[in-house]
Ligand binder design. Structure first.
Ligand SMILES: [Zn+2]
Length: 272
């Protein structure tokens, strides 16, 4: 069902790509000017513009002057539809549970969990579309349009910037702020300021959602060890208080190697 939706989306995007393929190399406006027959210049109605179907029903001829329509139109539409499906399968590989339903689109928390996946899908559908326009524009007119290449460069730049850099930067500030609050609330007795600075570094290293896994592991192991030491009355073994840094490092290690699988597993178990 989801894949059929993606295929249909690809057909409609493909019909827009046809417009780009024909107009960009000639320097024509993409938005202005309705679609028209190349031969009789008659403006086409909506039922002449249904991807794939109109071409089949009109037997590849103009409804008004019976001029043969370029077979490129249905080819571009079909190619885009198929490529959209292949790309979606490729991106969601290993996340098969997402494909069978729309749950992650309406469930906000699931969406947050999988926002990187969704962002990646949107990015690659955009790139696939750009590549299809370049392929057919160069094939038909011998031109690779700047208006495709430059925006694709810009979008790729921001995609990389956002998915890696911005994610990790936000995680650093998130973790740092969280520990700063703990530091202020406990007046430095629960947490040292070293923990605050180190948590910022951890966010930068791990990014979201791995930082959550690391802090969870740190607090869980820290609390467990703390309780055991209190029961054994050996609290003073580490000097004045139990240092939290070693637990943060432990969480950091575990998140680096198992972060993604732990987060994925817990999202399945706790349904968020
Ligand atoms: Zn015509």
């Amino acid at each position: 069902m989801f894949l059929f939706f993606i295929f249909a989306l690809g057909l409609f995007v493909g019909s827009f790509l046809n417009v780009l393929v024909d107009r960009l190399p000639k320097g024509e406006s993409v938005i202005k000017g309705r679609s028209h027959c190349e031969k009789c210049k008659k403006i086409l109605k909506w039922n002449d513009l249904i991807p794939l179907l109109s071409f089949v029903f009109l037997k590849g001829k103009c409804r008004y002057c019976s001029a043969r329509l370029s077979p490129y139109y249905p080819i571009v539409e079909f190619t885009t539809g198929i490529m959209f499906v292949i790309t979606t399968l490729f991106i969601f590989n290993g996340s098969q549970f997402l494909i069978s339903n729309f749950k992650f689109l309406i469930n906000f928390q699931l969406l947050i969990t999988n926002y990187q996946l969704l962002l990646t899908l949107i990015y690659y559908l955009f790139i696939i579309s750009s590549l299809i326009v370049i392929f057919f524009a160069d094939l038909k007119y011998g031109i690779i349009p700047d208006k495709i290449v430059f925006p694709a460069i810009l979008v790729s730049f921001f995609f990389l910037l956002f998915t890696v850099f911005v994610n990790h930067l936000l995680s650093a500030f998130g973790a740092g702020l969280f520990f700063l609050l703990l530091f202020l609330v406990t007046r430095g007795r629960g947490m040292g300021f070293g923990d605050v600075k180190f948590s910022f570094l951890m966010g930068l290293i791990l990014g979201f959602p791995n930082i959550i896994v690391a802090l969870y592991v740190a607090f869980l192991t820290g609390a467990t060890v703390g309780i055991i030491l209190i029961i054994w009355r050996k609290k003073r073994i580490f000097g004045t208080a139990i240092p939290f840094g070693p637990f943060l490092v432990l969480g950091n290690f575990i998140a680096i190697f198992f972060g993604k699988s732990i987060f994925h597993l817990s999202s399945l178990i706790f349904h968020f």
